[in-house]
Design a protein around this ligand. Structure first.
Ligand code: BDR
Ligand code: CA
Length: 319
């Protein structure tokens, strides 16, 4: 079984990704670390523990990680509620409370330990800001050598940003961390907004989850319901892109890429309006100052499109 470390900020999208991974054969979710992003890391950990308890998976360790030192939500702040995911980040759904607590290690420590326990085998999936991954790189320079691949839901190539005009939320929350994670010498696959926005869960998917017998599926349906109500009010649509779930599904080999160039990535870490924007350049082309960003240009696979609609596949697995 391929060991997976998931780093997330458990809101609705991340919850779908967790449910997806729990149902995926051939892998073992060896640990989950939380990070501040859509909500603070402690609330994300509580959501994660409760979701795992609902799914009967109290065997998976959950560790609390860092919060964005710059302008992220601070511990004690509930979900900011701006994204339509409710005050608790999971659509105000009240999950059965887990009897467990987060483990004593930090998310960073958990990641480093798992990497050493599974040298050359651990896959990292990151569906939140990259704070914990960057911290792990600072603490253990050997990490890139030990990890098989890092799959990041983040960035935007041609698509506009979703945290302001230019930046995608996970990169925007901690651009320095993202730059360091992209620049490290481990293989990175990026799942940017471009591919995420081409796929969505809608009422059909929500209804299928609501009709399922499992409590987890029913809870996910309620979460989607909260999001849809918000999106309907603000954007006149009842659909939502399963960003994080796509990253999870791609990392576990479940999706068929159509366009996936290897590109050089840079991150804007200035204090200006483009802070958090990702820049891309062809590997054999000229590298602009933006992409260089004062660092060695780093190459990553960037998933731009899939051959088929991913939603039916994601739904089938979660069901
Ligand atoms: C990212 O922001 C979060 O709200 C989602 O879970 C996803 O990780 C998309 O920009
Ligand atoms: Ca997320």
């Amino acid at each position: 079984l391929t060991p997976i470390y998931l780093d997330c900020d458990t809101g609705v999208g991340d919850a779908l990704a967790i449910a997806y991974l729990l149902a995926t054969p051939g892998i073992r979710l060896a640990g989950i670390g939380t990070v501040a992003g859509a909500l603070n890391a402690a609330v994300a950990a509580a959501n994660t523990l409760n979701l795992l308890a609902t799914a009967g998976r109290d065997d998976i360790p959950v560790a609390v990680g860092g919060y964005d030192p710059v302008d992220g939500p601070r511990p004690g702040t509930p979900g900011h509620g701006r994204t339509g995911q409710g005050r608790n980040g999971i659509g105000d759904v009240l999950l059965p409370r887990s009897r467990r607590h987060p483990v004593d290690e930090s998310a960073t420590e958990l990641l480093i330990r798992l990497a050493h326990e599974h040298p050359g085998r651990l896959e990292i999936i990151a569906t939140g800001p990259l704070t914990n991954l960057a911290e792990a790189l600072y603490l253990d320079p050997e990490l890139p050598r030990l990890v098989r691949r890092v799959t990041v839901m983040g960035g935007a190539v041609f698509a506009p940003g979703n945290a302001g005009k230019f930046a995608e939320a996970n990169v925007a929350a901690n651009p320095e961390a993202a730059a360091d994670v992209f620049a490290a010498s481990w293989p990175v696959t990026l799942v940017p907004l471009d591919v995420a926005l081409a796929h969505s869960f809608d009422e059909t998917h929500r209804r299928a989850l609501a009709a399922a017998e499992g409590l987890t599926q029913q809870a996910l349906a309620q979460m989607l319901g909260t999001c849809f109500t918000y999106y309907e009010k603000h954007f006149s649509t009842r659909r939502m892109s399963p960003h994080d779930c796509l990253a999870a599904a791609f990392a576990t080999g479940d999706l068929d890429p159509e366009r996936m160039p290897t590109l050089r990535i840079g991150v804007d870490t200035t204090a200006g309006p483009r802070r958090g924007q990702t820049y891309f350049a062809k590997v054999d082309g000229p590298v602009s100052a933006d992409v260089r960003n004062g660092q060695n240009p780093h190459e990553a696979r960037v998933l731009l499109s899939l051959r088929r609609d991913a939603a039916p596949r994601l739904l089938e697995r979660i069901l």
